[in-house]
Design a binder for this molecule. Sequence first.
Ligand code: ZN
Length: 293
Amino acid sequence: MLFRNVCLLILLFMLAGCGPGQGNVIALFMATPTPTNVPATATPIPSATPTFTPEPTATPVPPSATPTPVRVRTGPGEIICPILLYHRVDDLATSNPYVIGIQDFRQQMQYLHDNGYQTITVSELVAAINFGADLPEKPVVITFDDGDLSVYKNAYPIMVEYGFTGVAYLVGNYVGTSGYMDVDQLKALAKSGWEMGSHTQGHADLSNCRFCDQEIVYSKAYLAEKLGVEINTFAFPFGIKTKKAMETVIANYKGAVGLGVFLNQGGYNLYYLWRRPIDNGTDMGTFISYLPK
Ligand SMILES: [Zn+2]
């Protein structure tokens, strides 16, 4: 024991002679640690100005809460996706097939919502077919041709309630004219996630393609400039396509929609995606039969 203490002492002196910091080494061994009283809990520092917790502001809940969208990797390749075609949503005493009653439209949107459908745009569908994309499990595309004012006034507010967006296929010469949506209304739709597409400049029947460039090429530039958005997809008026019209559309757009009763969309019909017209008087049973089983 004594020998061990002597050794320790010698070691201490050796260390003490080892240059700078020697005092510290001695102090380390010699200093008697004084117990520091650490309070169990930190003393709160009084804040000079009392802080006020603001009243929580109520988050507005939409009338029909939309579930958080679940997206799954879809494509590339064929995708099952209904594309619905509407023109006018209005309460008019008419048998015009293009006019859908407001309550009928609401009922159809309600059904889609309650059965887990979520909207995508035609551009999203085209991208998914080409490259693959994260899409909702049950995608649906809701399109409106011609740019009727009732789309903004009647269809849009209902779709907002269900968290849906649409695609407006516009006729360049109709924008801002009586009975059709104007630039501000279309910009509001675009801002809320709607896609804007071309439906020609003058609603031409493209079976005579004398004015294909004007109808297909110019309308794209015209709408893009007027609305300040990209125009990437096209809708054939009356569903009519010809070889020349198709070539012009392919050269200028990323995809296009036509008419058809099928639900499978793919690379084989990227420029004539099947689109189901929803006519005046379509009952719910018929509407449901247009959707995937
Ligand atoms: Zn049309």
